[in-house]
Design a protein around this ligand. Sequence first.
Ligand code: SAM
Length: 399
Amino acid sequence: MQYSVYILVDSLIEIFSRFEPRNRDSVSMSLVDYMEKVKHSDDELEVFINKWNTFAEDILSYPYLFYFVFRWIVDEEQEIFDVLKNYYFRQEILDPQEDLASKNLIASILDIENTNSVIWQTLDYLKYSQVKSQKPFFYLSIYLSFKDLLYGHLIDPKLRPLHHQVFSLLHQQSVNWLPNYCNGYAYQGSHEIGITGVKPTEARMASYEIDAYLTSDKTVLDIGSNNGLIAVYLSRRCKDVDAIEYNPYLNLFGKVVAEYLGVSNIQFICADFYCYKPDKKYDLILSMANHSTIDGKLKVNFDEYMHKIFITLNQGGLFLFESHNIFGPGKGGTGDDGDLDYKLDIAAKYFEVIKYKMTQKFVPEEDVDKLMILFRRRKSIVPNALRTISKQEVIKKYN
Ligand SMILES: C[S@@+](CC[C@H](N)C(=O)[O-])C[C@H]1O[C@@H](n2cnc3c(N)ncnc32)[C@H](O)[C@@H]1O
């Protein structure tokens, strides 16, 4: 066996173990387990090499996969990406010399015998670069895409067609929808589909401790449903879910995943929440980091937002709220919930607090711990109601 293959195996173990295998990132843990087996068995190593070659062929054959894995050079060396796109776009060879040059360039990208090749530079980048990049989520979007796509090849190949669909959508989003979240990568993830996501849905929902409230008789509205994986989670436990998201690429992401999983009780609504007039009421509404959005595209008056949720909920309905940064200065900037007490005073008119909890960020370098509150709708608006929890109390309990 060539020496370079052993180095490749060790490098992948190092990359997948980079963030201490946390319970919540099962994609990494499966990959580390698999690579350890490969390292200790010649038979497994043989199988691995075949799978790696298919992976290599796949990322070179589809520019939208190439774009995510080699993002760090796509941005800097656009011409490599252009050569690749043109090469696969052409149906027939028009210029044999140019064709040969393209072929050689493409073959050199994944040459593991050459330590200067793009793939080795990428592996080093994944191994050593800082998570916190100058451009938010830049490193992480590459790291997680690489990991998810390899998971589809090494662990669960039946996911590959789905990965093609969702990465193609994420690529279209990256090109056509700016600004976007997580440098174009998936915000919500799910182990079930081998997409780690910046926020793993199962672990995130577990940390909210709300499963007991998700019952099969409930109708749900998820505001700003993003790539739809929380909606999928809810659809398994509740009667039906309306997921409203105005980014068409993310909406489609949710749709193709639901189709893949055979989920049929979600309605993906591609609409701007500003203009959305629900024609029914719900038993549960989610507003997770959505009362104002970091992309700056949803900036509503907080009272009007609470009121809209109040009138859209059934009597006694539940409202799950996730904050932005409650440690912010409280000056009304993007993602600033430092004015939490002011917001709690407003919310108190419409809702009673059932429970609350500070939840831990999944990416320490790029995110903040958030406050989750589960509210119940009041029978009617109580204009002078006083908040029953305060920012000070929340922070004291959290510390
Ligand atoms: C911070 S993300 C939160 C996503 C999701 N609620 C979660 O917590 O996982 C905000 C989401 O709201 C969407 N959004 C922003 N403005 C919107 C609007 N006016 N109408 C509908 N969706 C909107 C964004 O596209 C994005 O997916």
